[in-house]
Unconditional design. Sequence first.
Length: 407
Amino acid sequence: MEYKQVLPLEKGSPNFMGIAAILSSEPCWTAVGTAADLIKLPNMTVLHAGSPLVNPHEPPPAILNSTILACIYEGWAKNEEDAENLIKSGVIDLKPSHDYRVSIPLAAVVSKSTPLTVIQVDKNSKQLWHGFLGSGLGPQMRFGTRDLAVIERLLYRDSILMPGFQELLKSGPVDLLSIARAALNEGDDLHNRLSSATLILHSIFLSRKLESKNISDTLNTLLETPTYFLSPWIPACAAMLDKANGIKGSSIITNITGNGSESAIQISGIPNRWITTKAFNIEGPGIKTGPAIIDFPPHIGDSGIIDAYGLGGQALHRSPSLKAALAPWLKSDNDQRSQSILMSQNIIINTAVGIDIKKIVDTRNVPLVSTGMVSPNGSGLLGRGIGVMPIEIFEKANKELINLTKS
């Protein structure tokens, strides 16, 4: 299916400047290090996805479970009960990841020992963004369970994967847009389907011809984990959209995120403001080995920023296999609707990018979020699905932007 070229923006307009800033980005994965070293994360502080929790002493079950595991892993608590008491008493300081320029997948959390990917947004900028380094296959923190086997995977990540990637990245940064371009051509939407991007990343590292046990295990982990490209790609999209933040009058969405109870957006022209709504549901097929899904779960995680960039739910036409899997939950005109709210063309990756809230309000077409489904009760991964964002959050943002621009 062909799509019309997105109309050019008025030169010098707020959205022209915002899109120009976004399109000037050349995100590269440059390093890996701990949260304590990279962002100076204090002791007893834990970062979660999404906007600030309504009550940080009582986080949603999936985030609670991950925070409990982090407390045990960091040595702050001896067992689950001790950890839960630390959280409920407020000793653990739960904060949104964006406060520290970090992006987190699903229900994972970041504490001081957590390895982070480092993304440099372009060659001339000192602004960095950071992402959660995945642990590979097996029990994963991002699924939000209280499975103590997750701690073993964290140990593997920190002792094998972190030094492995550090060795690989010493040979130079990884250009992420070139991987994105190739992966889109091979059927990824770059959110729910990342298998091609991950294989390309593996090939790039394999060509560096470095040899060590850590590198061998790290490369094997990449081959085994089709979604691993999320580790650098979520923060890359955050870094690119962040370049548009703070432009007065700009109606570009710079963030879509959720904490399991609320979904939130941020707008270029309304800096540092969370606009929230009750978390919308993610609907899709369950995993074959999992239980039947009775109720579809709420949106959670920072990875919606990929969809805010213009990929994921807005790029399902690039991923026939994923689109077919999600077909029962899609409308027949979803491709046209999702494309109608985008603003400009990124010629590097050959796709439209930049969601405009004014286009959303005018057309009544809302962004789609293509992401994982995590059980709200903390029992783990349910599958992958699609979320349709409520129009009301964009209407609210548009009114705030109009009022702010007038003042």
